[in-house]
Design a protein around this ligand. Structure first.
Ligand code: NAI
Length: 690
């Protein structure tokens, strides 16, 4: 063993133990998480060169030096700076070379997997001879590249199918999902999944003498893995994979998973051809518009997370008033995320309904009995409101009536702890109106969740001109603590998300009234990349809720978005959408559409359906930015992506406008104004976006 190679490097350290096992610890300097970039890989390369030149070490164990156990993957900051596909491919090939070297070391190599091992981190583990993982709730393995519009590039698309077979490998790569140690062991990704207390012992055992894999079952499994990657089988399996992909996404919107399958069909798991192709393919993808936008979306998400400074005063107890659709689910979510929660309602039946839903959520999310019991123990029904005096955060989610909210907040101000957050979940009442009854209006903040609470990542944190900064900070910190993304939004009708979404939905209803079939409108929106069409969405949100929000918005923003008669009629008839089995569409008991609206009187389908839908959104987005509803174009994009699913691959409304060109879009908007009238009148803010 040459003395030169042990010791401390900038980001790695090497120690030889008494058993002659070489422990290589990755601890990226000046960073709380480990991620791989070019200089770090270069250093690792030096280490591998040292070992390859001759060593007394019997084995190499690679581990993370971060307490959190992170190897978060490749450092994606570098993606943004790449100028061309060639430059990207070159960078990837360098990484591949290093992993190749690791794979070909003569001594056994072991990845000691604990905490997150994702993306490039996991690909490093694939290049090791063995992988051992700690079996606890912190360990997660996965290849999330697809979420950034690319695919694994350091051999992951070759080594994983070769290791565990094509279908389970593609499942991980194409979904980007993560798995725990037990599942990883079942899938064959790791050789062992062991409790933390015996992890070190297991690593040493593998280093000194790894158990021989043999037996009929092992041989058979290896045959099946080989067969799944065989050139005659690949096209057959690919058909299945494409069918699955097509049911969820479009190639034109998210090409990378389709390309991953194409590559595998062509090259299988061959080396070096497959590896070279992987590098060329990812090089092209990295610089594509989709990937660049998805990387921006990733950074937006980080920016939203960073908006939430950690709270000065700790938050332990949350009190929710109103156990309806929203309040019940907010309380359950906060309990799931570890808070003590009291849930109040004027009627016990709503609390018991909410408790049942909370139990379902607990079962779905936590699975293990002791965790479910612990969560339910944290959630206490509180019909008398005893929690008010103890709570650090109080969230009001009672019915949407100004007087009721005002009298509630008056009482809360008197009874709550002086530094408790007083928050409303109102979606339409201006906070200023509620605050008029408070002696300290600066205490009121909006914590506006979206429905369904468990699914929607964004929470608007609404402030008036009076809201105290500390109150805002604490509210954002709380939102972050429950794993949601807090977006600071100025109080104004519809706030941000509903203000942009409602005109778009109502434009769809106008087209419906003109005779355009509902499914045609919905399909146009889905083709643009929206997660569902506007008519389907209105039914899902609830037509009563849409109507109420729209009436409020029209009253304050003028008559640019008049309330459609059809919407009023349906609500008057009690047809409120999916929750009553009939809205614009009619549904069967399982929620499947059995009758679609519209399509009787239209002679020919209009050709500007998607323009009408998107321009209502874009125009409103421009107005929101001009009015300072959010502080930047980036936050506006984030609000639309995480608030209502504006297509992430398009980067958000502002990114879309910049890409398409302000002047070109403005001209189109003017044409729409001449065709359909003042609701398309360009906002004054156009021109300032870029
Ligand atoms: P809901 O009608 O399902 O629930 C309201 C609950 O509040 C009922 O259980 C009712 O018994 C209770 N309640 C009424 N007055 C009360 C009082 N003085 N004290 C204690 N409990 C009282 O309403 P939902 O849909 O949950 O809405 C609640 C709030 O959330 C509203 O302000 C609404 O604008 C807002 N919101 C609703 C969304 C939705 O999609 N439903 C989305 C985002 C916000």
């Amino acid at each position: 063993m040459s003395k030169m190679i042990t010791g401390k490097y900038d980001n790695w350290s090497l120690n030889l133990d008494d058993n002659n096992i070489l422990w290589c610890t990755f601890d990226r300097k000046d960073s709380s998480a480990n991620s791989l970039n070019e200089p770090i890989l270069r250093e690792f390369d030096q280490i591998l060169n040292g070992i390859a030149q001759g060593t007394q070490a019997k084995a190499l164990i690679i581990q993370s030096g971060k307490a959190s156990g992170f190897i978060a993957g490749a450092d994606i900051v570098q993606f943004k700076n790449l100028k061309s596909a060639e430059e990207a491919t070159k960078l990837i090939l360098k990484g591949q070379e290093v992993f190749d070297k690791l794979e070909h070391l003569s001594i056994p190599t072991i990845a000691a997997i604990s905490g997150f091992w994702l993306g490039g981190g996991l690909e490093l583990a694939f290049a090791c001879r063995y992988r051992l993982a700690v079996d606890n709730e912190k360990t997660r393995l996965g290849l999330p590249e697809v979420k950034l519009g690319i695919h694994p590039g350091w051999g992951g698309t070759i080594r994983l199918p070769a290791l565990i077979g094509a279908l389970p490998a593609m499942d991980l790569i194409l979904s980007g999902r993560t798995v725990n140690a037990k599942t990883a062991k079942k899938m064959g990704i790791v050789d062992e999944s062991v409790p933390k207390r015996v992890f070190h012992k297991a690593l040493v055992q593998y280093a000194l003498k790894a158990p021989q894999k043999q037996g009929l079952r092992f041989q058979l499994n290896q045959k099946l893995i080989g067969l799944s990657n065989h050139k005659f089988i690949r096209p057959l399996l690919a058909k299945l994979l494409f069918r699955q992909l097509n049911s969820k996404i479009k190639r034109a919107h998210y090409p990378s998973p389709f390309i991953t399958v194409d590559n595998w069909v062509e090259f299988g798991v061959t080396k070096p051809e497959g590896l070279i192709n992987e590098a060329n393919s990812i090089g092209k993808l990295i610089v594509s518009e989709t990937a660049q936008n998805l990387v921006s979306v990733f950074f937006m998400q980080e920016a939203l997370k960073n908006l939430a400074k950690s709270s000065v005063t700790p938050i332990k107890h949350v009190h929710v008033i109103g156990a309806g659709v929203m309040g019940g689910d907010i309380a359950a979510w906060a309990a799931l995320k570890g808070f003590q929660v009291t849930l109040q309602d004027q009627l016990p039946k709503f609390i018991s309904g909410a408790m049942k839903r909370a139990y379902d959520l607990a079962k779905k999310q936590l699975k293990e009995k002791h965790l479910i019991t612990a969560m339910m123990d944290r959630l206490t029904p509180d019909i008398e409101g005893k929690g008010i005096a103890k709570a650090d955060v109080i969230i009001e989610a009672i019915s949407e009536k100004l007087e009721a909210k005002q009298s509630l907040f008056k009482m809360l101000e008197a009874k709550a702890k002086p530094n408790a957050i007083l928050a409303t979940n109102t979606s339409t009442i201006p906070l200023e109106e509620i605050a008029t009854v408070l002696t300290q209006p600066d205490r009121l903040v909006g914590i506006h969740f979206f429905n369904p609470v468990a699914k929607m990542p964004l929470v608007e944190v609404i402030h008036t001109a009076h809201t105290h900064q500390q109150v805002l900070d604490k509210a954002s910190a709380f939102v972050r603590k429950i794993d949601k993304l807090p977006l600071a939004v100025k109080s104004s009708p519809g706030f941000l998300v509903n203000r942009i979404l409602l005109p778009y939905m109502m434009e769809a209803v106008s087209m419906l009234q003109e005779g355009v079939p509902g499914p045609v409108i919905d399909k146009a929106a889905r083709d643009f990349g929206m997660p569902m069409g506007p008519i389907e969405l209105a039914d899902k949100v609830g037509l009563d809720i849409c109507l109420h929000a729209l009436e409020k918005l029209t009253a304050t923003l003028g008559n640019n978005t008049p309330v459609p008669e059809e919407l009023k009629n349906l609500v008057a008839q009690g047809n409120l959408g999916t929750k009553t089995g009939k809205g614009f569409y009619t549904y069967d008991k399982q929620g499947k559409i059995i009758k679609s609206p519209g399509g009787k009187s239209v002679a020919a389908l209009p050709t500007d359906i998607i323009e009408r839908l998107t321009f209502r959104m874009l125009n409103e987005a421009v107005a929101c930015l001009r009015e300072g509803i959010v502080s930047s174009a980036e936050f506006l994009d984030a609000g639309c992506i995480f608030g209502f699913g504006f297509p992430p691959f398009r980067g958000g409304p502002m990114t879309y406008i910049k890409k398409e060109g302000n002047d070109k879009l403005l001209k189109q908007l003017e044409i729409l104004t001449s065709r359909y009238g003042s609701r398309f009148q360009p906002d004054k803010g156009w021109g300032n976006v870029a």
